[in-house]
Design a protein around this ligand. Structure first.
Ligand SMILES: [Mg+2]
Length: 288
């Protein structure tokens, strides 16, 4: 479906356009596909084209994309998303220990077990594996009611978790704002939001302490840089949803970048982790 949209609808619209005119192209694609709506698969297609255009600009200029965007740093704090709910306690501890051996100083785990006691047991196991100085993020993937998130959030906070991610479905922005007001710990969300307007709403509601854009849903490079700037104006940091060299290039050009999300790094991977930071690649384009 996405391939059809790209090949049959979007690509014909950009043939003959200047690849450096990414903002004009984005607006044109949005206008021409507005009947489908500015979210869902349409946004995915527009994002894919935008990402490809930024890579092309970098390659034509012989520069990394972060330099074209305006570089800020050559390294970005990175965490390993390793704690899936299907991991048994022993496996959970082993994989977290491995993450620390790979150079990470922060890990993220899923929460939202049937009982709070199970969540607590798993958080304590991860903390034991990573030590007291590492950051431990918890991610609920939209499973809680407002009341349940408040009850569990207070406990996660007591256990020194760094942020509480996506407690609710995106439709419960009021719940997110209520939670942010009632907890001292950071509330992180945004991976299921489409376009900068959704992030403006979250920020105006004071519903998030960390915004997390997804490359495809948010709208590609052009839109994500705008989201990060809007967040910066609210003094809110930006963290990527997902990893890879595209996200890393964008974070390297954001003064308010706080974390790159990634999985464990295997030997020979293009991603280098050192003392808790991902080193920003310096090849042209996205260093693909
Ligand atoms: Mg998440």
């Amino acid at each position: 479906m996405l391939q059809q949209l790209i090949e049959l609808e979007l690509v014909p619209l950009i043939i003959g356009e200047d690849p450096f005119a990414v903002k004009r192209i984005r607006e044109k694609l949005r206008h021409e596909t507005e009947y489908h709506g500015w979210s869902g698969v349409t946004q995915f297609g527009i994002s894919v084209i935008d990402i490809a255009l930024w890579d092309l600009m970098g390659k034509v200029l012989g520069q990394p994309v972060h330099k074209i965007l305006g570089s800020y740093t050559d390294r970005v704090p990175a965490y390993a998303m390793v704690g899936w709910l299907n991991h048994e306690l022993d496996d959970l501890k082993k994989i977290c220990t491995r993450a620390m051996e790979c150079g990470f100083r922060a890990v993220k785990m899923k929460v939202g077990c049937p009982t709070l006691e199970e969540d607590v047991q798993r958080i304590e196991a991860v903390r034991e594996a990573i030590g007291k100085n590492a950051h431990l993020m918890v991610d609920a993937n939209q499973v809680f009611t407002t009341a349940e998130a408040l009850i569990r959030g207070k406990v996660y906070q007591e256990l020194d978790c760094y942020w509480f991610e996506e407690p609710f479905p995106t439709t419960n922005k009021e719940g997110l704002a209520e939670l942010a007001q009632n907890l001292e710990m950071r509330i992180a969300s945004g991976e299921n939001e489409y376009g900068k307007w959704a992030f403006r709403e979250l920020l105006e509601m004071r519903a998030v302490d960390v915004v997390q854009g997804d490359l495809r849903r948010t709208g590609g490079v052009t839109e994500i840089m705008e989201v990060a700037a809007i967040a910066d104006a609210f003094n809110v940091p930006y963290a990527s949803h997902g990893g890879g060299v595209v996200n890393l290039n964008l974070l390297a050009a954001m003064p308010n970048a706080c974390y790159l999300e990634t999985g464990l790094v295997s030997p020979g991977s293009s991603l280098q982790i050192k003392d808790g930071y991902a080193l920003v690649p310096q090849g042209s384009g996205f260093s693909w």
